[in-house]
Design a protein around this ligand. Sequence first.
Ligand SMILES: C[S@@+](CC[C@H](N)C(=O)[O-])C[C@H]1O[C@@H](n2cnc3c(N)ncnc32)[C@H](O)[C@@H]1O
Length: 253
Amino acid sequence: MKENFIIPQNILEHIEGTSLYYPCSLRDTLSAVKLFAPYINDFLFVDKCYFSGYSLLKIPTPKELPGYRLISRRRKGPVRAEMTEKYDEVKKEYYLDLEPCIVTETYIHEQTGKTIKFRLKRGFGEYTLRNSENKYGVFYYRGDTVNEGGSGITWLNKKRLSNICSKLIDGGLIVTDGSNRGRRKDKHNQFWKYHFPRKNDILPNPEEMISSMEPFKDKAGRTFTCVGYAGERYGPTFIWQVFQERKEDEVKK
Ligand SMILES: C[S@@+](CC[C@H](N)C(=O)[O-])C[C@H]1O[C@@H](n2cnc3c(N)ncnc32)[C@H](O)[C@@H]1O
């Protein structure tokens, strides 16, 4: 796995002290930490298989990184849980239920003395985001599919993207490879511009790919600018900064 990150210092400073949210993350935990810690000091990874389905898979934690020391660990919720089908009497429909479990580890970053929280939560990524009162500095999402083994959730369709943006701080970041994309004609279709290289395609270098991304605006007036590169997993991952709509008087100030 290549890990040549590109991110300007002022972007890291902008999100300092905020949280990162990564749904459907499974074992892809450490790149986000390497890229953003200790600026981001709270990392929340959500996967419905943590501690159960793929429970025997070891999830990489910052303990594996040089310079991070574990100082505490606590768990809320049962380690094992089965997905069950329940019936909603009001909506008159069946739904899937999964008892959550969250393990929070706190690490000290020895070089700066800062602490970071590393949280793994078993649960549904979409509900955790919807019910979150927190505004995140980073939404991180990649390596997913709509095929078997993937979440099948089109996280990057227009409506979901708008929900994601509403949970970001102003100037927050979306880090993605364009997995489970929206429609071809969507304004944000550059998110997956390099996601499906044709056989034998040679990708430009990361700097060239970043500069090939055009800034754009969505219907709600938010602006999106590609500001960096977060390495590769199954394809290149880009960092987009999102500013909420600017009112005329704010622009003049
Ligand atoms: C293809 S894997 C991707 C893992 C990771 N993003 C990576 O790059 O390696 C998809 C993961 O999504 C998880 N998943 C599926 N539906 C989910 C949901 N509704 N909420 C949270 N996780 C889900 C699965 O358990 C699986 O681990």
